[in-house]
Design a protein around this ligand. Structure first.
Ligand code: RIB
Length: 294
């Protein structure tokens, strides 16, 4: 079984700051570091570290060997990554305060070219469409253009289609919602979605719904049943990528035949461990670390 994750690839620039900047304020950071991120890559890395077979599908900018090397160092196959000559790799500037909270600004770069009408990307999307089977999973997020046609094609084949509505964008969610099996939102996105669709979050028309609630755990709605991930208390140093870690580990748990409850508890532990570390993709814990935790 394979998890195809179609999503963003970012260079993450981290700035450690005493507090998040107010409008018009300039702050000197006490530490700067760079790493690999993007909600798509983070989910791929999490699912891969959890032990699933993962294909990350996405795009990087011209001559960005450094990013391809980073992806390989993190264990991801780069055969499914388009190299786009007319733009740069996406990046994110991430301020992280003393409590581990963040504020993120993204430049999409090559992520914006992940569309079926792009000549370099199209063959990769066609290959994904051709190779997906009913035992596979497709993961999507909102940092690349919406992919309703591909989501529908994969769902029609019987694959699990997991979509994270992050960053939240009402039009993109409306477009893809009819074609997914599982919607993933955090508490803030759940409220945004309720307002957008003018309905209670539990009434959203989707077969499965996962709401992650940071330190308060998560809940999963499926066929009228509600499952809860046990909250895992930790001292946070950086919450960036915790939701992606949860989504990737949860998808991997289901992919590996674990029960919903086992998958939720595995994902909650992985996300909790992540927030005790600075960074994104390279800070996501391995399966051995998660299994040994608590
Ligand atoms: O969810 C965290 C991610 O959001 C970061 O890795 C950054 O690249 C942004 O996409």
């Amino acid at each position: 079984m394979t998890i195809y994750c179609l999503g963003s690839i970012n260079i993450d620039n981290f700035y450690a700051v005493p507090h998040l900047p107010a409008p018009g304020e300039t702050i000197v950071s006490s530490e700067f570091r760079q790493g690999l991120g993007g909600k798509g890559v983070n989910q791929s890395v999490a699912a891969n570290k959890a032990g699933s077979e993962v294909r990350h599908v996405g795009a990087v900018g011209r001559a960005d060997d450094r990013v391809l090397n980073w992806l390989q160092d993190l264990g991801l196959n780069t055969d499914w990554i388009a190299r786009i000559s007319e733009t740069e790799t996406g990046h994110a500037n991430i301020s992280v305060d003393a409590h581990g909270e963040n504020a993120i600004v993204i430049a999409a770069g090559a992520n914006a070219t992940v569309r079926a009408d792009h000549p370099v990307v199209r063959p990769i999307l066609d290959r994904l469409d051709a190779e997906v089977t009913s035992t596979d999973t497709l993961m999507l997020q909102n940092e690349i253009p919406a992919q309703p046609r591909l989501a529908k094609a994969c769902r029609d084949k019987g694959a699990r289609v997991i979509y994270s509505a992050a960053p939240f964008e009402g039009r993109a969610v409306r477009e893809i919602l009819p074609h997914i099996t599982t919607l993933v939102v955090n508490a803030v996105e759940a409220e945004q979605l309720s307002a957008e669709l003018e309905t209670d979050i539990a009434q959203i028309p989707v077969p499965q719904l996962l709401v992650t609630r940071g330190p308060d755990g998560a809940e999963y709605h499926s066929d009228g049943q509600v499952f809860h991930a046990r909250p895992v208390a930790v001292e946070p140093v950086d919450t960036t990528g915790a939701g992606d870690t949860f989504a990737g580990y949860f998808a991997a748990g289901l992919d590996q035949g674990m029960s919903i409850q086992q998958s939720l508890d595995l994902a909650a532990k992985a996300a909790a461990l992540k927030v005790t570390r600075r960074g994104t993709a390279d800070a996501i814990p391995t399966r051995a670390e998660v299994d040994a935790f608590r």
